[in-house]
Design a protein around this ligand. Structure first.
Ligand SMILES: Nc1ncnc2c1ncn2[C@@H]1O[C@H](COP(=O)(O)OP(=O)(O)O)[C@@H](O)[C@H]1O
Ligand SMILES: CC(=O)N[C@@H](CCC(=O)OP(=O)(O)O)C(=O)O
Length: 290
C-alpha cells in the first residue's frame, strides 16, 4: 500500500470514531442485552470479534448483558447420545434426560466459551445460568413441552451488582422451578425476560439471517406489531423466528426501548447497530401514541 493510501485509511478511521460521538453519548450508562444465538456462534475468530465488540461497548459506558443460545450444540450432543428431540413452535420438547443434556451443554461448553472469549479481550465476564442466585425463576410453559420454562421472576439486583463492578454477565437460558426443577428456556425468551425486567435500552437478537424477511425474501428494516402478527399467521415468520418476534413484542410491552433482530455473523454487527447511522437488521420499537 502506498503511503498516501495508508494515510487515507487512518483519516477514515479517525473520521468514523469522530462520527460515533453522538451515539457514544446516547448509550452512556445504557443497558444493552445481547442474545447470541447458536447459529450466530461461528469460528473462533468470529467469537473473538464478538467478544471484542462487547468489551468495547463496556469500555465506552454501556452495561452489556450477554444471553446465549446453543440449539445446534445441544442437537449435536443429543445426536451423539442417541436422544431424539422435536420442536413445537420453535421450542424443544424437553424430557428429563434432555434437560440434563441441555444444562450440560449450555452452562458448560457454550457458556464457558463465551466467558473465556470476553476475558481474553480484557473484559471481566462471569458466567451464570438462570439458576444462579435465582436469576430466572420459571413456571412450566405447557405440560406437553415437559421441562420448558416461562420466566416469571428475574433477580435484577444481582445484575445491577455486576454492572457496578464492571462485570459482564454471560447467561445460559436455564431457569429454576419453585419445586426444585430445572427448566430449559428458549434463549430468545430468556433474553427478552431479562431485557424487560431491566427495562433495557436495546435488545439485540443476533442470529444467522440479516433480519426478518417478508414473503419475497427481503429483510423488513422496521416492523410493527400488526405486521408481525400478520406475517406469523401467513406462515412467513416460522420456526426459530417465532420466539424471536414474540420476544420482541413482549419485551417492548415491558418497557424495552427497541429490539433489533440482526445477523450476528456480519462483521462488528453490534457496533454497526449501536454506533453508526447505518443500523442493521429489523427494528421493532414501541409506536409512539398519537
Ligand atoms: N420470516 C423469516 N425471516 C427470517 N428468518 C426466518 C423467517 N422465518 C423463519 N426463519 C428462520 O429462523 C431462523 C433463525 O432462528 P434460529 O434458527 O432459532 O436462530 P438462532 O439459533 O440464532 O436463535 C433463520 O435461520 C430462518 O431459517
Ligand atoms: C426451550 C428451548 O427450545 N430451548 C432451547 C435453548 C437453546 C436456544 O434457544 O438456542 P438458540 O438460541 O441457538 O436457538 C433449546 O433447547 O434448543
Amino acid at each position: 500500500m502506498r503511503t498516501q493510501d495508508m494515510n487515507r485509511d487512518w483519516i477514515a478511521t479517525a473520521r468514523t470514531l469522530s462520527q460515533a460521538l453522538p451515539y457514544l453519548q446516547r448509550y452512556t450508562d445504557a443497558i444493552v442485552v445481547i442474545k447470541l444465538g447458536g447459529h450466530a456462534m461461528g469460528s473462533d475468530e468470529a467469537m473473538e470479534e464478538f467478544a471484542r465488540d462487547v468489551v468495547l461497548m463496556q469500555q465506552v459506558g454501556v452495561n452489556p448483558v450477554v444471553v446465549h443460545g446453543g440449539g445446534p450444540m445441544i442437537n449435536a450432543m443429543l445426536d451423539k447420545l442417541g436422544i431424539e428431540s422435536t420442536f413445537v413452535g420453535g421450542k424443544r420438547v424437553t424430557d428429563k434426560p434432555t434437560v440434563e443434556v441441555v444444562e450440560m451443554v449450555l452452562s458448560g461448553l457454550v457458556n464457558k466459551r463465551i466467558v473465556q472469549a470476553i476475558n481474553a479481550q480484557g473484559g471481566k465476564a462471569v458466567g451464570l445460568s438462570g439458576k444462579d442466585a435465582n436469576l430466572i425463576v420459571c413456571e412450566q410453559t405447557h405440560a406437553d413441552l415437559g421441562f420448558v420454562g416461562t420466566p416469571d421472576r428475574i433477580n435484577t439486583a444481582v445484575l445491577h451488582d455486576m454492572f457496578r463492578s464492571n462485570t459482564i454477565p454471560v447467561i445460559a437460558p436455564l431457569g429454576a422451578g419453585r419445586k426444585g426443577e430445572t427448566f430449559n428456556i428458549n434463549g430468545d425468551t430468556a433474553a427478552g425476560a431479562i431485557a424487560g425486567a431491566l427495562k433495557a435500552d436495546r435488545l439485540l437478537l443476533l442470529t444467522d439471517v440479516a433480519g426478518v424477511k417478508n414473503a419475497a425474501g427481503e429483510v423488513v428494516t422496521e416492523l410493527t406489531a400488526a405486521q408481525i402478527r400478520e406475517m406469523t399467521a401467513e406462515g412467513v415468520i416460522a420456526g426459530g423466528m417465532i420466539p424471536k418476534t414474540e420476544t420482541a413484542l413482549d419485551a417492548i410491552g415491558r418497557g424495552v426501548r427497541a429490539v433489533v433482530i440482526l445477523d450476528g455473523r456480519a462483521p462488528n454487527a453490534c457496533l454497526l447497530e449501536l454506533y453508526t447511522e447505518h443500523g442493521a437488521g429489523s427494528l421493532i420499537r414501541e409506536v409512539p401514541k398519537t
